[in-house]
Design a protein around this ligand. Structure first.
Ligand code: UTP
Length: 291
């Protein structure tokens, strides 16, 4: 079986739920304390053994490319200050995380359409997809958990979590049966189910590993929910055919495409942050007493 060496990060959505912050900047560049969301995602992919990453962009391409590039002027200035050696090393290391490539999605026609832009980059290999606005933090990288499931079962894999009945309408709903440990076999799925259409409360959240056959399926997938070409609709064909494995991954997932998710990621990360964690905790306690 071919190893999963490549990943795709779709980052070309319009980010309308976090406007006006995303008017000129992709939501994937929104910071969690001091690091943009997309850096966490690239770090997760690299920690999962991914060597080549294709980021699907549209506007704001320059910002994303600059972030993963060297920054000679900044580096020269930091190098003059011995106190800044740590941050200099960190800034330089961002450009070494992985080989990063970029392609533009010329029209915002949906996540499925965005992933289909990766066909020539991927070729005939299995690949991981990490949604650019879903940051997952935890000890064992979520992408790696899915890759292990792919390597064991040889089927497409989706990362899932149970969500509330109210939330499932915004996501997808999967028909699942237990397989082993935190893995399920998925035989059907629906994107943005209306009340009563849900198979279960398990929803795909932010990560999948797909076989290259998905591209032919995407080519013939018509627009679905929200009139967008939905990746879920293409994965449904795999689920109903050979089947798909759903992994209830460990780690905390933050929706950086929503205002609440951005705040939760920021607050929880700030509490753990080596530099500001202690003072931020004291501040929060003081603030909470006044609420
Ligand atoms: P979302 O549906 O959350 O993105 O897509 P959106 O369209 O930006 O969301 P709104 O406007 O706030 O509702 C999930 C992921 O797919 C990417 C997004 O960038 C995000 O990472 N995406 C979505 C694309 O790359 N292209 C698209 O056409 C749609």
């Amino acid at each position: 079986m071919k190893k999963v060496r490549k990943a795709v990060i779709p980052a070309a959505g319009l980010g309308t739920r976090v406007l006006p912050a995303t008017k000129a900047m992709p939501k994937e560049m929104l910071p969690i304390v001091d690091k943009p969301a997309i850096q966490y995602i690239v770090e997760e992919a690299a920690a999962s053994g991914i060597e080549d990453i294709l980021i699907i962009t549209n506007r704001g391409k320059g910002l994303l490319e600059d972030h993963f590039d060297r920054a000679p002027e900044l580096e020269a200035r930091l190098a003059q200050d011995p106190d800044k050696a740590g941050i200099l090393e960190e800034v330089v290391s961002i450009s070494r995380l992985a080989n990063i490539w970029y392609v533009r999605q010329k029209e915002t026609l949906g996540l499925g359409h965005a992933v289909n832009r990766a066909r020539n980059f991927i070729g005939n290999e299995p690949f991981a997809v990490l949604y650019g606005d879903d940051v997952i933090l935890g000890g064992d990288p979520a992408c790696g958990q899915l890759i292990r499931a792919y390597e064991k079962h040889g089927l497409g894999v989706v990362g899932v979590k149970e969500v509330s009945r109210a939330a499932i309408r915004k996501y997808s709903s999967l028909k699942v049966e237990p397989l082993e440990d935190n893995r399920f076999r998925c035989t059907d799925m629906i994107e943005k189910p209306q009340p009563g259409q849900e198979f279960s409360l398990y929803s795909i959240l932010g990560r999948c590993v797909l076989p290259p056959e998905i591209f032919d399926i995407l080519d013939r997938t018509p627009p679905g929910a929200n009139n967008e070409i939905q990746l879920t609709d293409a994965m449904k064909e795999l689920a109903r055919g050979p089947g798909i494995v759903a992994v209830d991954f460990t780690g905390t997932r933050y929706d950086m495409g929503s205002k609440l998710g951005v705040m939760q990621a920021g607050v929880e990360t700030a509490l753990r942050h080596p530099e500001i964690g202690e003072s931020f905790r004291a501040y929060l306690k003081e603030l909470a007493a006044t609420l």
